[in-house]
Design a binder for this molecule. Structure first.
Ligand code: F6P
Length: 489
């Protein structure tokens, strides 16, 4: 694919005082994330490519499909160097990773150090110097790829915890860039973050940005407090000041709750073939009165064990009966070589086996467990088939599945059980909010959801739909990028 000089999504003024180190043939807007939206691990169903997992791609792909910018990231295969290419009208710039780097930077530092640390230490984080070294090296490679493709004064939007050093690396090499960063996961309270041996370096990496976006106001203030405590940054609230070349530079940390392409999900939910598929799913399960649904990456932060425990107890108590209620649990494969994920899979699959062995009949199953990823059309059919959606995360930056379920319920039916430890709980206030650690409370919420009078369910669902129809992912990105433009002036 030939590179082109393209316009940024927002017009901005050139700053002629900044040095001109940009390549002559490059982009005015770049997104950089660990993963590209397409991934070539696995079988691949679209010319050898398949959609990458996770909320980040769900949120950013619709924006990038309409943008002229480029997306810089890893393409899902180890030890393979690819030229920039185009896919689904997106310009993609692949960053290569070796098998060793995947182990140390991705599985190690990103997903066995930072991920548990940033999610309330639900699993114990591991600290290894070799992982940290690989994290620095790989962050520099992502920064170099951006530098090689960014036009003078370009806007660069760095995504997520895997790339926290990239903002400062970009600033050091290219002070002409406007640098934004968005953290898709929570930012932990200072007392927990303090455990990280490289806390100062990580914070200084982030402080290279002009604007730091977080899911919730608390995440932004956790970051700002940590930055004041462990770096030379000063300032009040979430407005920070850092010294650079004898001058003060401002860094803002603010909340920008992410959302989904509501319109797209809602439209898919009105497609006759998808409605028919939802009917088929219900029929294949023996037409139970109630279908409950969980959709998660198979991750210990998602509270899948808590959900299964509550359901198993309800079956044991006789408060729900197989044949009347079926739980579909989609657990998409994730980070399978990380020890904690392997252990989780064994435990979840053992529990599902026990529940089904105890309660299944010849005709009906208690839990239909699916360790697969599905295309969006099948996901929407599942949302339409589900009377009750279970989102029981122990900690989650946002949780876009909760928003997708609401977007799919055009007729206002259905009940959403939503953990108060998700970012989504700030916006979907009419959900049945639960504390997933409180199993008795969760059981009560499930029986309430199953028996919720249709008038009450309808009022709640309509209010939630209004929220996400207005606050969609396009609004999220345009608010972030306008704010970035504003703070860079
Ligand atoms: O925001 C959470 C996140 O880690 C994203 O960065 C990522 O794209 C998604 O979850 C899926 O995780 P992974 O890329 O490790 O499969």
């Amino acid at each position: 694919m030939s590179q082109k000089t393209v316009s940024s999504p927002l017009e901005d003024q050139e700053d002629s005082t900044r040095p001109n180190a940009a390549p002559s043939d490059a982009y005015d807007f770049l997104v950089v994330s660990n993963r590209l939206p397409v991934d070539r691990a696995g079988d691949g169903d679209d010319n050898g490519w398949r959609r990458s997992p996770g909320g980040l791609v769900t949120a950013l792909a619709p924006i990038m499909e309409k943008s002229d910018g480029a997306w810089v990231g890893w393409h899902g295969a180890a030890d393979e160097e690819l030229e920039p290419f185009e896919h689904d009208s997106m310009a993609l710039v692949p960053v290569p990773l070796s098998a060793d780097e995947l182990e140390l930077y991705y599985e190690g530092f990103s997903n066995a150090t930072l991920w548990p640390l940033y999610h309330d230490v639900i699993a114990p984080p591991e600290f290894h110097r070799a992982w940290w070294e690989a994290y620095q090296r790989v962050n520099q490679r992502f920064a170099d790829a951006v530098i090689a493709h960014a036009a003078q004064g370009a806007m660069v939007w760095v995504q997520d915890y895997q790339l926290q050093l990239v903002p400062a690396m970009l600033r050091a090499a290219r002070p002409d860039l406007k640098i934004g960063f968005f953290n898709h996961i929570p930012f932990p309270p200072q007392e927990i973050f303090a455990q990280l041996p490289w806390r100062r370096q990580v914070l200084e990496g982030l402080l290279g940005a002009d604007l730091l976006g977080f899911q919730r106001p608390n995440d932004a203030s956790n970051f700002a407090r940590a930055a004041r405590r462990f770096t030379a940054a000063t300032g009040k609230g979430t407005r920070l000041a850092v010294m650079e070349g004898g001058r003060e530079r401002l860094v803002r940390a603010e909340a920008f709750p992410i959302s989904i392409d509501t319109q797209r999900i809602s439209e898919l939910a009105s497609r006759p073939d998808i409605i028919e598929r939802a009917r088929q799913i219900r029929h294949d399960l023996g037409d139970p009165k109630t279908i409950m649904l969980g959709v998660d990456r198979l991750d210990y932060t998602k509270g899948i064990r808590h959900r299964l425990k509550a359901f198993e107890e309800l079956l044991t108590d006789g408060r729900v009966k197989v044949g009347e209620v079926t739980l579909i649990q989609v657990a998409s494969p994730s980070r399978e070589r990380v020890e904690q994920y392997r252990l989780l899979r064994e435990e979840v699959e053992g529990t599902v086996g026990r529940i089904n062995g105890t309660f299944d009949t010849m005709q009906h199953t208690a839990v239909r467990y699916l360790h697969h990823s599905y295309p969006v059309e099948e996901m929407v059919a599942l949302y339409l088939a589900a009377d009750v959606m279970l989102v029981t995360a122990l900690r989650d930056g946002m949780n876009l599945v909760a928003k997708e379920y609401v977007a799919a319920r055009r007729d206002g039916t259905g009940a959403l059980i939503l953990s108060e430890f998700t970012g989504a709980a700030d916006q979907l206030k009419q959900a049945l909010l639960i504390n997933p650690h409180d199993i008795a409370g969760l059981k009560n919420a499930i029986t309430t959801a199953i028996t919720l009078p249709s008038g009450v369910a309808g009022r709640r669902m309509k209010a939630m739909r209004r929220q996400i129809l207005v606050h969609n992912v396009e609004e999220w990105s345009s608010i972030f990028l306008s704010r970035l433009t504003e703070v860079c002036r």
